[in-house]
Structures are given as C-alpha cells and as structure tokens.
Design a protein around this ligand. Structure first.
Ligand SMILES: *Cc1c(COP(=O)(O)O)cnc(C)c1O
Length: 426
C-alpha cells in the first residue's frame, strides 16, 4: 500500500495560464501592448527569449548568500558555475579584471559603490538631475543626497554639452572624495579621459555610471570607461538588453574587495541567481559581432529620428545626438504644449515615451517642456532609418492636435500596422 500524503506542491499544468489565468491574462495583455505599440522609452529594450527563459528558471529557488566558492549555505556548486560564468563573460566583454554581478538594480549598484568608498557626509560631484543626472547622483529625496554631500555640475548654456570646465572648477573648489559621471537623459558622449584627469588633479576617485550606455560601450559605439574610471557601474536591462539588474566593474584589487563587501553583506541578502544567469546570457549576446552592428544601428536610428523631428519643427537639445536618445524641446513647436500633455497624447496614440526637463527648463519636473525619446527597443525590433522618419511624422501629427481623439485613434492604427512588421515577440 502506497502511503497517502497530501501534496503541497501547487498544481503544475504545462501551461501556466491553467494554473493562474488571472495573472497570466494580465501578462498576455502586456505582451500584446509591447508587440503592438511603439516603445520609445530610452531606458527600455526587448530582452531575448533566452534571457527571459533564464529569468524564469529554477535558479530562483536557490539561496546563495556570499560569492562563488565562499557561500553561507550548501548546494551551491552549480550556482557557483552560473555566477562565475556571468563574471567571466562580463569581464571579457568590457576588459575588466573584477566584476560583481549581484546588484539587483542600477540604483543598488551605485549605492554599493558609494558604500565601498565613502563615509556618510563625504563630498561627491555628480551631474545635475535636471540636466540629465540620475536620482542616485545626489537627489535630495534619494539616499545618495541624504547621506552624502553631493555637489552638481551641468551642461553649458551655449551648446548644452557637459561642462568639463565647470566640473574642473567645482572639483578644485570642493575637493570631492568621488566624482560620478554618467547620465540618464544626456544625448552626447561622456568622455572618461578628461574626467580622469580632473579626478587625479584633486586626488578624487572616479566612478562612471554607464547605466544607459553599457550596450553602446559593449558594442564599440562609445568609449570604454573600464580602466579609466576606478569603478564602473551599469544596468543590464537598458541598451545592454539583458534582464533587469545591475553590475559593478573595477580593475583595482582593493576596490574589488570593498565592492564585494558592500554588495554583500553591506547592502543585499541572497543574490538573484536566475537573474545572474540571464545576465550571463546577455553578456554572451553582447559579445557577438551582430551586437556591434546593433549598437551602431541604435545611434544611426537616433540620429535619423532627431533630424526628422527637427524637420517637423521641434528643437533637439544640443542640436542632435551621439547615443541612443534625444531630448526634444517642445517650446518652438508649440509654446503651450508641455511634456506632460505631449506624453499623455502620445500614449493614447500608441507611442510610449516620457516627458523630461530640458536644460534650464522653466517648468517643474512633473510638467516639463520636453520629451526624452530612445531607439534601443525599436532597433531591436528591426526598425531602421526609414521607420524613424515615419515615427517622427506620427509624433508630429499627434502633437499638432494633442486633444484630438480622432487623430489619436488614427495614429494608433498606423502605429499598429508599423509594429505588425516589426514585432519583438511574434
Ligand atoms: C537607470 C539608471 C540607474 C538606475 O537603474 P535602476 O535599475 O532603475 O535602479 C542608475 N543610473 C543611471 C544613470 C540610470 O540611467
């Protein structure tokens, strides 16, 4: 007689829709949204099915606090292989000697880097948030701005490009312990070399936050800060096209130890090994020759879109772009049109992007006078310069009559036709 025992393992139908129709119904609608509307948010992308499969794997079950070879719990021999593979691949990709692949996000990567090298109250230089910097670069509402003394540099008034002279002056004046470079809404190349020189002139450490441009660096379209900056942090889900997560690189053995201690036990508990596995998949993808073409096409598409929007009467901040995004100043197109209104009208029309301040924006960050538009996702979907011209035309059509719901519906239909030819997940 077999022993009768209750089975506490939930039912496992082959199709998860049968296990939880409510939740997977929602997921289906999100898939449909991503397939049928235009994704122009500069920090988003479409991860490959292999990346998504790793994220959905049984590795989510394992506790592996610590690092490969030095775990707190047993049963980690296989997980060690996963994390070692991810570390090796990302070091090869960027030419680094040490990687920490455990940060759950870009914000956590930055916080761990701060924890590794700063004491509370230390002075740090970072980019102004209203001119492209990130929340974790000293916003008063973020832990970075509350625990550390951030001083901000910005862009020049004349050409709206990073003001290296101002950066040097502020460094001289404030003698920071750390200089943070990198941005979330800046359309030009950030040169690591001149910032290295400024950091050296005042004895500061230099951290490059490559969250947005990591994929462009991996694909050879932007200068590599690894080996120039002391610490490089980045997200794995933006231009790099991996799973949602963060990573920290350094070539300095002492910093490597401090960073590992800061991530765990300093800041996080158990690592997300299923996400680390997906990072490994993405690092491999980014090392393929096609990824170089991809990175170049992102920039080509951004330039094509910026120039087509310029032709429609929008002002492009700094006159163009060197990367995957552009900032659009709406004021010359329509002085009354805010970023908020434009974002909402475009959302109704199947065009997803975000409002953004432009340099010296008179409007608040909740309203803004601008839009941020990015090409990583549409480039992954296979669109090229011709489609960028079409998209610019659709954006202009909506924004000429932002309140006209008939126009929005008509554009939404055209967007669906365009997306049906470039479906990320057919
Ligand atoms: C997106 C971003 C981050 C934060 O990444 P999350 O994964 O959203 O926490 C940090 N720094 C910069 C410059 C970014 O653009």
């Amino acid at each position: 007689m077999p022993i009768e025992r209750p089975n506490f393992v939930p039912d496992q139908p082959v199709d998860p829709h049968d296990a939880d129709p409510e939740l997977f119904g929602i997921v289906d609608r999100e898939l449909e949204r991503q397939n049928t509307t235009l994704q122009l948010i500069a920090s988003e992308n479409f991860a490959s099915r292999a990346v998504i499969a790793a994220t959905g794997s049984v590795l989510t079950n394992k506790y592996s606090e610590g690092y490969p070879g030095k775990r707190y719990y047993g049963g980690n021999a296989i997980v060690d292989e996963v994390e070692d593979l991810a570390r090796r691949r990302v070091c090869d990709l960027f030419g680094a000697t040490h990687a920490n692949v455990q940060p759950h996000s870009g914000a956590n990567a930055n916080l761990a880097a701060y924890l590794a090298v700063l004491e509370a109250g230390d002075t740090v230089l970072g980019m102004r948030l209203d001119q492209g910097g990130h929340l974790t670069h000293g916003s008063p509402v973020n832990i970075s701005g509350r625990f550390y003394n951030f001083v901000s540099y910005g862009v020049t008034e004349s050409d709206e490009r990073l003001d290296y002279e101002q950066l040097a002056e502020l460094a001289e004046q404030h003698r920071p312990k750390l200089i943070v470079a990198g941005a979330t809404a800046y359309p030009r190349v950030i040169e690591p070399a001149p910032i290295r020189a400024i950091a050296d002139s005042v004895g500061a450490l230099f951290m490059f936050d490559a969250a947005h441009v990591a994929g462009l660096i991996a694909g050879g379209a932007h200068p590599n800060p690894v080996g120039v900056a002391d610490i490089v942090t980045f997200t794995t889900h933006k231009t790099l096209r991996g799973p949602r997560g963060g990573c920290i690189l350094t070539n300095d053995a002492d910093l490597a130890k401090a960073i590992d201690k800061a991530v765990f036990p300093g800041l996080q508990g158990g690592p997300l090994e299923h996400v680390i596995a997906a990072k490994a998949v993405a690092f491999r993808e980014a090392a393929q020759p096609e990824f170089r073409q991809y990175a170049a096409q992102i920039v080509t598409n951004a330039r094509a879109l910026a120039s087509a929007l310029g032709a429609e009467g929008f002002r492009i901040v700094s006159g163009g772009t060197d990367n995957h995004l552009m900032l659009v100043d709406l004021r010359p197109f329509d002085a009354d049109l805010t970023g908020k209104l434009a974002q909402e009208a475009l959302d109704r029309s199947g065009i997803t992007l975000n409002k953004n301040t432009v340099p010296n924006d008179p409007r608040s960050p909740f309203v803004t006078s601008g839009l941020r538009i990015g090409t990583p996702a549409v480039t992954t979907a296979g669109m090229g310069e011709a489609e960028m011209v079409v998209i610019a035309g659709l954006i202009a059509r909506v924004l000429r009559h932002p309140e006209d719901t008939h126009e929005s519906a008509a554009v939404r239909d055209e967007v669906a036709v365009l997306c049906s030819k470039f479906t990320p997940y057919p």
